[in-house]
Design a protein around this ligand. Structure first.
Ligand SMILES: *Cc1c(COP(=O)(O)O)cnc(C)c1O
Length: 381
């Protein structure tokens, strides 16, 4: 099956008893047994498995080409489950431009538990390789990154992790499997904040892991079951519903994102536009090779004046874009990373990686492009 068909049918079948085309929301905590320990249909207790969640997990595995999908109560719960594979003295090499909450989890929780983190520019493969030693157990990247849209070469990193027997996890939230499938390029684990494009309607907090290898998938299911951050049936239904239109939504996000980036690039008040679909993006060629069909709906930019006050004024003036954290929904959102999503990263560290105080991040939605551009234009004025 090709991707668009998989988004709708992958891993799915009608419900056995009634023929319901969409899986019912199995709003139940427990399942009747025939005799002690003899289950009716494999289901026992919803922390372990629930049929609505199973339908979502099978869809996730299908669209990311993995052996196993797991649905979590948030994206960070999914990341947390990966971290639970590690032990004290293990080392992690992570990209230096990560989702703020991921960075916070790594440095404020797992560092204190004896895990060592190296944050590195993943475009410097020599530097990356020089950090590998026998304790290196996990490489964690995002591409494109949040909020600077840096690109990492998944295939090149995957070759190195494979040669060194290191687990390789990719946060694929920004690209979505419609544009980019990391497992096909050498990743072992794909993570999603399903809150974003997979759900797609800003109405649910959810996370996902897709694991390439069935055996590792089973181990991670055990970790999820044993620690409990599973996704409820209602929210599983919402994410599954979102996935069915993922391909057409992301197509429009890409079209609108490209046009907004090009508009901003030519605006006299704008200094730098961060969007992998622009020819002058430093890793446009890598992005073009590993993202198929577009470059996503996330666009960041700074002001010619460099003034924080200008970025705040711009955000206050927007009318169609809503000033809010999060991204990936049908509606356009705008965010000030230094004051909002990335405020938990210390100021010095933000400066070091390039998150300036006049940086604005847009999640370009699927409204009419004329209305989006007009809104940006009036707010810049
Ligand atoms: C939102 C986000 C997360 C965290 O997901 P939650 O669902 O908010 O827990 C992780 N990575 C990226 C890239 C995100 O945008």
């Amino acid at each position: 099956m090709k991707f668009n068909t998989k988004a709708i049918h992958g891993g799915q079948h009608y419900e056995a008893h009634t023929g319901a085309v969409m899986p019912p929301v199995f709003q139940t905590s427990t399942f009747a047994q025939k005799s002690p320990g003899v289950l009716i249909n494999g289901y026992e207790y919803s922390r372990g498995a629930n049929p609505t969640r199973t339908a979502l997990e099978d869809a996730l595995a299908s669209i990311e080409n993995g052996a196993r999908g797991l649905a979590f109560s948030s994206g960070l719960a999914a990341t947390d489950c990966v971290m639970k594979l590690l032990k004290p003295n293990d080392e992690v090499i992570a990209m230096d431009d990560l989702y703020g909450g991921t960075y916070r989890m790594f440095t404020r929780i797992y560092q204190d538990m004896g895990i060592k983190f190296h944050f590195v520019d993943m475009n410097d493969l020599d530097k990356f390789q020089s950090l590998i030693n026998e304790n290196t157990k996990l490489v964690w990247i995002e591409t494109p990154t949040n909020p600077l849209m840096k690109i990492a070469d998944i295939e090149a990193i995957g070759k190195i992790t494979k040669a060194n027997n290191i687990l390789f996890a990719v946060d694929n939230t920004f690209a979505t499997p419609y544009l980019q499938r990391p497992i096909d390029m050498g990743a072992d684990i794909v993570m999603h904040s399903a809150t974003k494009y997979l759900g797609g309607h800003s109405d649910v907090i959810a996370g996902a892991l897709i694991i390439k290898d069935a055996e590792l998938g089973e181990k991670m299911h055990f970790l999820q079951f044993a620690t409990g951050a599973t996704l409820g049936p209602q929210d599983s239904y919402l994410v599954l519903r979102g996935i069915k239109t993922l391909h057409i939504r992301v197509q429009r996000h890409c079209e609108n994102g490209q046009k907004v980036a090009e508009y901003l690039e030519n605006h006299p008040k704008v200094k730098t536009v961060y969007y992998p679909g622009l020819k002058n993006h430093p890793f446009h060629d890598v992005a073009k090779r590993q993202m198929q069909g577009g470059f996503g709906g996330m666009v960041s930019f700074t002001f010619e004046s460099g003034a924080k006050a200008d970025s705040i004024k711009f955000l206050e003036n927007l009318k169609v874009f809503t000033l809010a954290e999060s991204l990936g929904g049908v509606e356009s959102l705008a965010n000030h990373p230094a004051l909002m999503t990335h405020a938990s990263i210390p100021e010095a560290k933000r400066k070091e990686i390039g998150i300036s105080d006049d940086l604005v991040r847009l999640s370009v939605g699927i409204e009419d492009i004329e209305d989006l551009i007009a809104d940006i234009e009036q707010a810049l004025k």
